[in-house]
Design a protein around this ligand. Structure first.
Ligand code: BGP
Length: 477
């Protein structure tokens, strides 16, 4: 449906060594939530789970089946696998004793990946804060910063001889803007928002200290942030629409990347926080630490762009349809949420915008001149096993093809992109819709209420992706 009438639409070959990969996160794929000494995370102690899913804590049981899974990743031909390490497997209460069995699990996983020729890309924290730290205030408590830095240093010491690529915090911006994976709070209104931006500041500090420690401990390693970046379009060429788009762009995107790269608060976002009375307290020395830390690359997750217009100042500025992290919500008086009439939506209401992917890459490159890696992108769908026993996910192939094409075009634009890890390597638990909403290249035979055998079956998209990888992106047919 996209027409390629864009200027300079000249794709360039993907560079040698391009990291064709796929992604998961610990709590969504591993299961074994309390096995072998693992402590509970905020995810494990949630009072309810998406869609009332039972056996949520089994997930895809990757903890017990990682060897079979890595073998399948090898068959697909993955050159990289982005996964997260569960903090509570390594340090069950977040800052106490180390759990040797948890440490050993990730050694086994990393060793299996390396033996299969797959580059491990490690996220240090993907939504699963230790529940014991949450009970002490979570990220609102500065001690969590120290706990994270200790955890990070331990990971570097344990796995640093095997892992080159490190990601600090997955989608810090989505945790702040949507909040449901952050931890518990009893606050509300402005107090809750102020607290949220204090947590945000502490996460920035934790990230900066982890980047500094990484460079000190592992001179050859590379580390970067992993926000969700969605380019923001103005609804029209009206000057007021442009201003509104700038506001949301700063608050949603640039606040996080400016801080990670330049070590300073984006000024539009800072002014917004000031008007609201939500600016965090900055302790002596914090700004120096933020400024001293430098990422080696920017990893980002991309699913959709967002479109906003000038606000009307009433509830009409809000999009009232249970907006999740990929839908623009709007903020009364600041920017109005707009349904982009030029874009189709997936069955969960997320706009599909491959060209916006190119725009997002171009802007990230232009702003920061750091190499980019895409650590999530993909299509959730209710996949079914057909009568022939196969999973015919042509819709996913179409989605991925159209996004990979845009990476080629972005490379042609001069953008340095060194990897693509779509979501997800294997079916796992969705953050919002339980088990039936699937993203994987590999089907896992279970549903919401029946664990069945958890058998693995490669989907048609995985065979297509094998050809893409084997041709280094030149064969997308
Ligand atoms: C991102 C998260 C992932 C994943 C993905 C898909 O925001 O980093 O953990 O869940 O979104 O979202 P969902 O599972 O809600 O479809």
């Amino acid at each position: 449906m996209t027409t390629h009438t864009t200027p300079a639409a000249q794709a360039t070959a993907f560079p040698e060594g391009f990291l064709w990969g796929a992604s998961t996160s610990a709590y969504q794929v591993e299961g074994a939530w309390d096995a072998d000494g693992k402590g509970p995370s905020v995810i494990d102690v949630r009072p309810s789970y998406p869609e009332g899913t039972t056996d949520y804590k089994v997930a895809a049981d990757h903890y017990h089946r990682y060897a079979e899974d890595v073998e399948l990743f090898g068959q697909i031909g993955l050159r990289a696998y982005r996964f997260s390490i569960a903090w509570t497997r390594i340090i069950p209460d977040g800052d106490g004793p180390v759990n040797a069995e948890g440490v050993a699990f990730y050694h086994r996983l990393i060793d299996a990946l390396l033996a299969a020729g797959i580059e491990p890309i490690v996220t240090m924290y993907h939504f699963d804060l230790p529940a014991a730290l949450d009970a002490q205030g979570g990220w609102a408590n500065r001690r969590t910063v120290d706990a994270f830095v200790r955890f990070a240093e331990l990971l570097f010491a344990e796995y640093g001889s095997k892992v080159t690529y490190w990601l600090t915090i997955n989608e810090q911006n989505m945790m702040i803007l949507h909040g449901d994976t952050l931890g518990t709070t009893t606050l509300s209104g402005d107090e809750a928002k102020r607290d949220l931006y204090q947590q945000n500041h502490h996460m920035f500090l934790a990230q900066a200290k982890a980047m500094l420690a990484c460079h000190e401990q592992l001179p050859k390693a590379k580390i970067g942030p992993a926000p969700n970046i969605a380019f923001v379009y103005p609804a029209s060429s009206k000057p007021e629409d442009i201003l509104a788009a700038d506001e949301w762009q700063a608050i949603r995107n640039w606040l996080y990347t400016d801080l990670a790269v330049h070590g300073r608060y984006n000024s539009l976002a800072w002014a917004y926080l000031g008007r609201k009375g939500w600016q965090p307290e900055i302790a002596e020395g914090d700004l120096e630490i933020l400024a001293a830390a430098q990422p080696d690359f920017i990893a980002f997750n991309y699913y959709a762009t967002q479109t906003v217009g000038a606000p009307s100042g009433d509830n009409g500025d809000l999009l009232v349809r249970g907006a999740d992290q990929q839908m623009v919500r709007g903020e009364v008086g600041l920017y109005r949420a707009i349904n982009n009439p030029n874009l189709p939506k997936n069955q969960f209401g997320w706009e599909i915008d491959p060209v916006g992917f190119r725009t997002t890459m171009r802007h990230l490159w232009d702003r920061y001149r750091l190499p980019l890696i895409i650590t999530e992108n993909g299509l959730g769908a209710f996949d079914e096993v057909a009568e022939d026993g196969k999973i015919h996910d042509e819709y996913r192939i179409d989605y991925l093809r159209r996004h990979i094409e845009q990476i080629g075009l972005a490379i042609g634009d001069g953008v340095d992109v060194f990897g693509y890890c779509p979501w997800s390597a294997i079916d796992l638990i969705s953050t919002h819709q339980g088990v039936r909403k699937r993203y994987g290249f590999i089907f896992v035979d279970r549903d919401e209420f029946d664990l069945k055998g958890l058998a693995r079956v490669r989907k048609e998209s995985s065979f297509w992706y094998s050809d893409v990888i084997a041709s280094n992106g030149s064969n997308l047919s």
